[in-house]
Design a protein around this ligand. Structure first.
Ligand code: F0G
Length: 466
């Protein structure tokens, strides 16, 4: 770890400590709030001239990051470490543990844009990372710190994606890993990943929030490095998605970025990334950052409704979007600041709306896991409320790959996912959209005539509905 280039600042009482001084739970011993990484020399959080001492030159950075794309070095090929100048946390870059994460596409969602009446709509697909979720971008950063500091064990509590990412990066670094996941409440694809990558996989008979509690005790009694998103180095890697999408937009920051909200670290990380780019002159405006929660796991949404984001009461979370089934999010105060500072919003969406949005993203040939689809479902609400103008450049952050939770997709298309009362919550238009999108598998005799008859019937019915 490079303590000359960075320090940790408590987001509650502003106390500053070195990276090595952080306790095993990454909470301030005085006020129990979370830390954030800052860089004396150029962070905007460092006061006065001190904060402008070594301000990197934006044109030089853009040039350097482009040059690195030509390099054959693993660290330059990583779409996270390529931007390492904005997170100098390691003393020895040879210690970086990389699976060439980042480098994820920014896709046009043309049909979704048209349906919403927007000129365009973009999706930054973080599910195209090596383990299939955005967690790789943060894990490469924080696990490299663990490896450099000589930890033998790393651990996390997870709804499945953090554990998959941690297990993979730990395996690459020859570290031992232990994951706590809520029994029966994560998608099989994710469970299989942590086993495949050799983690000690512990299914606790509780929910995600219960797993966090047990892990919080463990880190005090066993020398293990905590890799949940309370670890501020995770956010340093995750913030690079903001840089990468802006580079993909030729250094024009988007107008609005919409992210799913679970433990609420990702919205915080993107907010930090954009704020740092603005401070350094890499962009000339901040995008709005909006966070969308599932209705059954909506503590942040409720917090805005009841106290304007001042107080948060944990909820017992329940949603089929299992990645964001979180009732007591760790980073809520950080994300409230980001939403307020950028003029973004917090919305909630129900199970029917999530399923429809996921099918619409799938029908564009892109696909994502259910938790990612809350972004499109939430955007529909923001557009309906007049919070997004037709010409605004909106980016949805798709956080996980569609193959993470294929059970959900199959159930949706077979018509067994939603209960009739959930479907009934949708408008008539939404119900028609479901009918048009559902593509259940057909079982036919192995006979070309049977196939042709079915095709003809299909074409007739499409002709009738056209
Ligand atoms: N989308 C996906 C696919 C996720 O896996 C998560 C979080 C989120 C969104 C929410 O991000 O927590 O930063 O607000 N998954 C965690 C996990 C909690 O354990 O994999 P957040």
């Amino acid at each position: 770890m490079n303590s000359k280039t960075h320090q940790l600042r408590c987001t509650g009482c502003s106390a500053v400590i070195s990276g090595e001084e952080a306790g095993s739970d990454f909470r301030c011993p005085q006020c129990h709030e979370l830390y954030e990484v800052e860089y004396p020399g150029w962070s905007s959080t460092v006061a006065g001239d001190e904060g402008k001492r070594n301000l990197p030159n934006p044109s030089a950075l853009r040039w350097l990051w482009k040059e690195r794309r030509e390099s054959l070095q693993p660290i330059d090929q990583s779409g996270v470490w390529r931007y390492r100048d904005l997170f100098p946390i390691l003393a020895d870059l040879n210690k970086a543990v990389t699976l060439r994460e980042g480098n994820t596409p920014l896709y046009e969602l043309t049909r979704c844009a048209a349906a919403l009446g927007l000129d365009s709509l973009l999706a930054k697909h973080q599910g195209m990372n090596p383990t299939g979720s955005f967690k790789d971008t943060g894990m490469t950063a924080a696990l490299s710190v663990a490896a450099e500091r000589g930890f033998q064990w790393v651990a996390c509590a997870s709804t499945g994606n953090t554990s998959a990412a941690m297990a993979a990066y730990a395996a690459r670094a020859c570290l031992r890993s232990i994951v706590f996941i809520p029994e029966g409440k994560i998608a099989w694809g994710k469970l299989s990943q942590s086993m495949d990558y050799g983690a000690m996989t512990v299914q606790l008979k509780t929910d995600f929030d219960g797993c966090v509690r047990v892990l919080g005790e463990l880190v005090k009694r066993f020398p293990v490095y905590l890799l949940n998103s309370v670890n501020p180095y995770r956010l340093e890697g995750q913030k690079t998605a903001a840089i990468e999408m802006t580079e993909q937009l030729d250094w024009q920051a988007p107008d609005h970025v919409v992210v799913p909200g679970g433990n609420l670290a990702n919205g915080s990380a993107l907010g930090k990334g954009f704020a740092e780019m603005l401070h350094l002159g890499l962009i000339n405006h901040m995008p709005k950052i909006s966070v969308i929660q599932a209705e059954g796991a909506n503590p942040l949404y409720r917090s805005f409704q009841t106290s304007g984001g001042r107080e948060l009461s944990p909820v017992v979370a329940e949603t089929r979007a299992s990645a964001i089934r979180i009732g007591n999010p760790a980073s809520w105060k950080k994300v409230v600041r980001v939403i307020e500072a950028t003029g973004g919003s917090c919305e909630q969406v129900n199970e029917q709306e999530i399923a429809l949005a996921k099918a619409q993203i799938g029908a564009e040939g892109i696909g994502c896991e259910p938790a990612s689809a809350v972004t499109l479902a939430g955007l529909k609400k923001l557009v309906a409320q007049g919070k997004v103008a037709r010409e605004e450049r909106v980016v949805l952050l798709l956080t996980g790959h569609t193959l993470k939770d294929s059970d959900y997709t199959i159930q949706y298309h077979r018509g067994t996912l939603l209960q009739p009362e959930e479907t009934a919550l949708g408008s008539e238009t939404e119900q028609r959209q479901h009918d048009a999108l559902r593509k259940p598998p057909l079982v036919l005799e192995a006979d070309v005539d049977a196939v042709l008859r079915t095709l003809e019937a299909q074409m007739r019915s499409e002709g009738q509905s056209a």
